[in-house]
Structure formats: C-alpha cells, structure tokens
Ligand binder design. Structure first.
Ligand SMILES: NC(=O)c1ccc[n+]([C@@H]2O[C@H](COP(=O)([O-])OP(=O)(O)OC[C@H]3O[C@@H](n4cnc5c(N)ncnc54)[C@H](OP(=O)(O)O)[C@@H]3O)[C@@H](O)[C@H]2O)c1
Length: 243
C-alpha cells in the first residue's frame, strides 16, 4: 500500500514506536491517534497539527467500545488500522509483590482491545479499495521469555488471532498483516537490554513492510530467531528463556 493520502487509525501513538510511526506518517496522511494520556495527546496535536487525537484507556473494554463508536460515527472509511498500543509488566507469579490487576490490564490492552477495535471498525475497513489491519507483535510471540509470562501469552494469542482473522477476511479487501519486532529502544524497555533497535528505525521498517505488502514481517533479530526455531528449536527457546 502506498502510504499517501491514507486515513490511518493508530493506537498508542504518543510514545516509542507509535510516536515514530505518527512522525513518519503525518505529513502525507490523515491520522487518528488513540492513547490514554491526555497531556501526551495534547502535546502530539501541538507537534503534528491536523492530526486527530482520541483519549481512551484500552485496558477498559467499555472505553475501547466508546472510542471505536466515535470513529465509526465520524468516518465513513479507514485505509489502515495499526494496533500498536501494548503494556508489558515484568513480574514473576511467585513474587510477593505480584499485582493481579496487571494481568487484566495486559490482556485487555494487548489482546481484548485489538479484537474489539477490529470488530467495531470492520465496517469502515470494508470498502472497494484495499485496506490493512496491522498488528504490532513481538519475537516473544514465537518464543517466550521468563520475566513477563502474561505479555508473552498475549503476543502469542495476537499471532493466532491475526492468522485466523486473515482466513476469515480472505475474500474481502482487508489484508491482515503482522510485524514482529525485536528489542526496540522505547519507554517500554527502558533500563533493560542492549543493542536495541532505535524506535525511529523500527518505524521506518514497519512502514516499508506496509508499502511492500509484507504479510508476516520479521524485523532484525526476529529473522534469526525464526530461523533458529526451525533448525535448533531447543537452543532458540533456551536463548529466549533467560530474559
Ligand atoms: N519496545 C520493544 O522492544 C518492543 C518489542 C516488541 C514488540 N513491541 C511492541 O511494539 C508496540 C509499541 O511498544 P513501545 O515499546 O513503543 O511501547 P511504549 O513506548 O510503552 O508505548 C506504548 C503506547 O501504548 C499506549 N498505551 C499503553 N497502555 C494504554 C492504555 N491502557 N490505553 C491506551 N493506550 C495505551 C501508550 O499511551 P499512553 O502513554 O497514553 O498510555 C503509548 O502510546 C507494542 O505493541 C509492543 O508490544 C515493542
């Protein structure tokens, strides 16, 4: 898809990879950005005049439904939905400090909101022209690490959801794509990991994948992970386990 004069809905556009996507898309496209923090949304609107911002806490299914309704009522069509917002909590189930609310928030933001937005925005994506749903995924969908079991589970579920949805929409104009990211330098990964991909580069490559219609797009080290999972699965899983 040529990324020019498109109407694009993007979740989590106020930070990290989502922010870079907004920065790189905004001059040529009409952007509708959903995020939770009103102050960050205001700053985004000031920096990129002309974008539309919608506040919604995607960990709350009711707020997700309301924001989707607003979009459906306001816009007849959308060309691209980028499901980018996510949260990751690094906590062990055995920890005394373990917070059960984090389980609910991770599942709701990373998975439930994607399913709800997809379902509710479907009428706006179904039209004569090609449209795309891009789900932003992680190498952790393919092989989990130790420190964030629920996050890894939501990303694995997102992977299956994306594939199944693709089967369901195969005869429509809607293309379901995924991008699998390696460790990227964003607020989500602050203070951990080395040799991280910059969020700017990650966004550039994500957009290239959209322009070249790459259905299952693995970036950077995820390409190597996929290869290792084929030729040496135990080694690959052990390598991921230590994080
Ligand atoms: N960074 C990595 O290494 C990495 C690796 C693989 C995959 N990914 C994926 O890449 C995507 C972007 O991650 P990132 O690293 O850029 O994260 P980030 O910098 O933490 O940004 C997350 C974005 O999601 C929004 N968000 C979080 N909780 C929300 C909620 N309850 N309601 C509405 N919006 C919410 C945030 O908005 P507010 O500030 O308004 O809450 C923010 O704009 C995610 O899907 C993540 O899983 C990241």
């Amino acid at each position: 898809m040529e990324l020019k004069n498109r109407r694009i809905v993007i979740t989590g556009g106020t930070s990290g990879i989502g922010y870079q996507l907004v920065k790189q898309l905004f001059s040529d496209n009409e952007l509708i950005v959903i995020a939770r923090d009103q102050t960050k949304l205001n700053a985004l609107r000031e920096q990129f005049s002309g974008i539309t911002t919608l506040k919604a806490d995607l960990s709350k299914p009711n707020e997700t439904k309301v924001v989707a309704e607003k979009i459906v009522n306001e816009y007849q069509y959308i060309d691209l939905l980028i499901n980018n917002a996510a949260v990751q909590y690094c906590q062990l189930f055995i920890d005394d400090t373990f917070l059960t609310q984090h389980i609910i928030d991770e599942v709701n933001v990373n998975l439930t909101s994607v399913c709800l937005l997809t379902h509710q925005l479907l009428p706006t994506l179904l039209h004569q022209e090609k449209s795309i749903i891009l789900n932003v995924n992680s190498g952790l969908a393919l092989a989990p690490k130790t420190s964030s079991a629920v996050y890894c589970a939501t990303k694995a579920a997102l992977n299956n959801f994306s594939q199944s949805l693709r089967y369901q929409l195969a005869k429509t104009n809607i293309h379901v794509q995924q991008v699998f990211l390696p460790l990227v330098d964003t607020p989500m990964t602050a203070g951990r990991g080395v040799n991280k991909l910059s969020s700017e580069k990650a966004a550039e490559q994500i957009l290239k994948g959209l322009e070249t219609n790459t259905i299952e797009h693995a970036l950077g080290k995820v390409k190597l992970l996929k290869l290792l999972l084929r030729i040496a699965p135990s080694f690959a899983k052990n390598m991921m386990k230590k994080y």
